[in-house]
Unconditional design. Structure first.
Length: 110
């Protein structure tokens, strides 16, 4: 019996292979359903068994976001948590349909 493979599953598999061979890109990692936006303004790994490049990408992007959020908070005299929450809200709003977001502690497709 032959199994049908959806074009989305095939595309995700190709993206994962390309990511592991060439290094990670945020857009490609989101497309491959490895990472998603969280309410706290940071990225998270959707899949616990994501390739090592996924963890490195998340750590790198989150460090840059944290530094930017800190500057914004300091420049405006507001709490870092407030900047993170607003950034998370905006990131989730801007996330493309069918990409993952983590809301109320659960990953879901937007």
């Amino acid at each position: 019996m032959r199994r049908k493979v959806s074009k989305y599953a095939l595309a995700a598999t190709i993206a994962v292979l390309a990511l592991s061979a060439l290094g990670m890109d945020l857009r490609a990692a989101k497309y491959a359903e490895l990472v998603g936006e969280k309410e706290n303004g940071y990225l998270g790994l959707v899949q616990a068994d994501a390739p090592a490049g996924g963890r490195a990408l998340v750590d790198d992007v989150n460090a840059k976001r944290r530094a930017r959020y800190r500057r914004i908070a300091d420049d405006n005299g507001i709490a870092l948590a407030d900047v993170e929450a607003r950034a998370g809200q905006r990131a989730i709003e801007r996330t493309q349909p069918s990409r993952y977001v983590k809301v109320s502690g659960r990953w879901r497709r937007k």
